[in-house]
Design a protein around this ligand. Structure first.
Ligand code: EPU
Length: 417
């Protein structure tokens, strides 16, 4: 078990370079096995979720190596084996192997995926996509046995714009016979990144990034090269750190458009930023104004930044109301922020944050990835020392977070307990 200790109140200045997006990379890696030849992916982040996928690739028989930061996946030796429960339960993205194996072999056996405990996170829309393309789904004791005698294009209308269901349906449709249309598709940049990889392999996908995606199936997918986009949630987390403690803190290697819902909110609060082509320079905002926020699918305000921005809301003048519309259990950070001195009340899917409040160092727990990021931000501004337990959750999704923050002036130590 790992924990970190943070000595709060240090100004952050210098440059933070953003890594490849976790939620893109975790889909690109399983997608690569659909290829009949070598796939090279640049800018893969060094995080534990990627290690888990690397383990699955090797278990299935792929050859994997990393050269100059580029992951090289040779899928030619892959066999369609059942993925054990201990492996699939490590992360949510394990279920991208479910669709990639189904698309490649028309048969897959796998358990319910893992992931942060932030809601029930059913996979009904993914299964609906599989069925629309001709697959038969059986479930027993959380194990899914999915088979198709033939995969053929179909018309899928998603009940909600689910990122996972959109990607999973695309992964099955690329090799299915005929045309698939996904309506009410998710529009996240990670979906465009996956479609780009597949199109580079020779797939025929149009409309990724809009709510209607059209896929014409092909028989063969060739090797290719692609790059993971910068992580917009990591970007947003450090931008918030800059609004709290920055002295000309530069966040670079970013796509500013991907974090516009955040930067526009920060402007509403009165935060000053210089937004460049691929970087942002940000300074501490002394008296931010309160704002109201609601999480939505892209291009709306991302649920994955909801917990990190709550720390900033505790420093705003007045009462902010934040509504979480995506997950039913994503306020586990609130009890710990309150323990540190915040004044936050939970009311169903909404929280009200009264500010500004002085935060004080305390012993807290990272219950999930983004709750952990929220508490790191809180600890960075708190008076005194904060200890954050279960920090493994954070290491799953933020590359070198301790080094990145230390390099710009934070005082953090990692301990094994
Ligand atoms: N939903 C269903 N049925 C489904 C699919 C989704 O009811 O079949 C519901 C979910 O329960 C949730 C909502 O729809 O309430 C959105 O789920 P979605 O499928 O879009 O999320 P996901 O694909 O499971 C990805 C990211 C999450 C991120 C969401 C939303 C990965 C591996 N995970 O999850 O990332 O919150 O999209 O943007 O890409 C994180 O990085 O901290 C994280 C949780």
């Amino acid at each position: 078990m790992k924990q970190i200790k943070i000595d709060g109140g240090k100004t952050l200045s210098g440059t933070i370079k953003i890594s490849g997006a976790k939620n893109s990379a975790v889909a690109l890696i399983p997608a690569s096995i659909l290829s009949d030849d070598i796939v090279k992916i640049d800018n893969i982040p060094n995080i534990s979720d990627i290690d888990a996928l690397d383990e699955i690739l090797k278990y299935l028989g792929a050859k994997v190596s990393v050269e100059d930061g580029i992951m090289i996946i040779d899928p030619k030796g892959i066999k369609n084996k059942d993925i054990p429960k201990e492996v699939s339960s490590k992360l949510r993205a394990s279920y991208y192997f479910m669709s990639a194996l189904l698309g490649k072999y028309k048969h897959v056996e796998m358990y319910f995926p893992g992931g942060c405990k932030i809601g029930a996170r059913p996979i009904d829309q993914t299964l609906k996509g599989f069925e629309a393309l001709g697959a038969k789904v059986e479930e027993k004791d959380n194990k899914f046995i999915i088979t198709a005698s033939e995969l053929r294009g179909g018309h899928v209308y998603l009940d909600m714009p689910s990122v996972g269901a959109t990607i999973n349906t695309m992964l099955v449709a690329v090799k299915a016979k005929g045309v698939t249309i996904i309506e009410n598709a998710a529009k996240e940049p990670e979906i465009v990144n996956v479609a780009t990889l597949l199109n580079n392999m020779g797939a025929k996908i149009t409309g990724a990034g809009t709510s209607e995606i059209r896929i014409s199936g092909v028989e063969y997918l060739k090797g290719c090269f692609t790059e993971v986009i910068p992580d917009r949630i990591e970007t947003g987390t450090y931008i918030i750190a800059g609004a709290l403690l920055g002295d000309n803190l530069k966040i670079e290697n970013i796509i500013p458009e991907h974090v516009e819902s955040l930067t526009l909110k920060l402007k509403e609060m009165g935060v000053k930023m210089e937004i460049g082509k691929s970087s942002i320079v940000i300074n501490r905002c002394k008296n931010p104004k309160h704002v109201n926020l609601k999480t939505l699918g892209y291009p709306g305000f991302p649920t994955d930044l909801q917990q990190p921005i709550t720390t900033l809301l505790t420093q705003c003048q007045g009462t902010s109301v934040l509504e979480e519309t995506i997950y039913e259990n994503r306020f586990q950070n609130v009890q710990y922020l309150n323990k540190m001195g915040a004044n936050i009340k939970i009311n169903g899917r909404k929280i009200t944050v009264k500010g500004p409040t002085v935060l004080k160092g305390a012993k807290v727990v990272a219950t999930d990835l983004r709750a952990g990021a929220c508490l790191i931000l809180a600890a960075l501004i708190a008076q005194g020392k904060t200890t954050i337990k279960d920090i493994e959750h954070v290491l799953r999704g933020y590359e070198n977070i301790i080094e990145k923050l230390t390099n710009v002036g934070a005082k953090i130590t990692l301990e094994e307990i």
